[in-house]
Design a protein around this ligand. Sequence first.
Ligand SMILES: Cc1cc2nc3c(=O)[nH]c(=O)nc-3n(C[C@H](O)[C@H](O)[C@H](O)COP(=O)(O)O)c2cc1C
Length: 347
Amino acid sequence: MASTKEYDQAASDMRRPGTEQADGNLDARELVRHATLAASSHNTQPWKFRTRKDAITILPDFSRRCPVVDPDDSHLFKSLGCAAENLVHAAAAQGFSSEVRFDSGKNGIDVLLTRDATARATDLYRAIPKRQCVRAAYDGSPIGVMELAQLEQAGKGPSVRTIMLSSDAEKNAVIDYVTRGNIAQLTDRAFRKELVAWLRFNPVEAMRKGDGLAGRTGGQPALPTWLAKLMIGLVLTPQGQARTDATNIRSSAGVAVFVSSRDDKPAWVELGRAYERFALQATALDIRTAFINQPIEVRELRSQFESWLKLEGEHALLMVRFGHGPTAPFSLRRPIDDVITVDWVAG
Ligand SMILES: Cc1cc2nc3c(=O)[nH]c(=O)nc-3n(C[C@H](O)[C@H](O)[C@H](O)COP(=O)(O)O)c2cc1C
């Protein structure tokens, strides 16, 4: 029977520090290991990696889609963007610069690698094994102006920017939208069924599957799966979740909304990259982040939320809260061999 100790050891082994050898010898497995440490919706890890001598292609694994919360697969493609961003930083640590291109024919992302004597390990690369979503309350302290500017810069892309909200009035408005989102989602049987299918109630189940939302990361006690499934109806209530989220948002220094001028697959990938960069920058600054996407996931709420943000021609596609606070136990990943195809013939 796996214990929490074994769980934590497995999570830590996956996050062992990587090579910082910019000698031009490409270690593709190391690149993929770093890519898989990225965030993904419900920790579905909806990716496959095809590695070649000078390129890695990240392809969607549609068997891992979440049709209820993510009917257009936008979260899925954002998750691929998160993985691509990690890959770029890991490639730099090995002495390669990257060009990231969405290929609509393949429905995937090509990361083209070129030997670059100036490429090297950065603070964002070193943050990859430490980045995590921390869903606990933070300590309420503000973030310095310089750090806020660094976060905002990290969240920028050609068609992506972040809107930073930090006043009490703004937080209260966000709480209102998140509450309405929680009520819409947690009173929807299909949403609950899909969410519960990705919950991992004890270390044994979490380690067997290597994916999903482990109770350990949120500090929940380990329970036998059959018992947890009986109890979940009592524990996971719209009002309870709304209360927790309100407390957590109030405890945060601020909220960042990621907006894009487009709403298609290349834009979702770009936005995922921007979020991951933001989260790596936050990690490097010892700042925690956690998603609060309910007003974006609930379609009827999204347009109201976008009007409140006074967006014109832009789309709100992700939202996180950030602040100073504790760390949490880490989430798990599936083995690299489950997600990698090695193809040395240039294609
Ligand atoms: C596109 C996307 C959407 C996400 N949405 C949520 C969300 O609504 N609520 C939440 O708590 N976490 C959300 N997450 C975070 C994932 O659950 C998290 O990345 C995953 O469980 C792995 O954990 P880690 O990020 O700590 O490594 C999202 C992640 C991504 C990439």
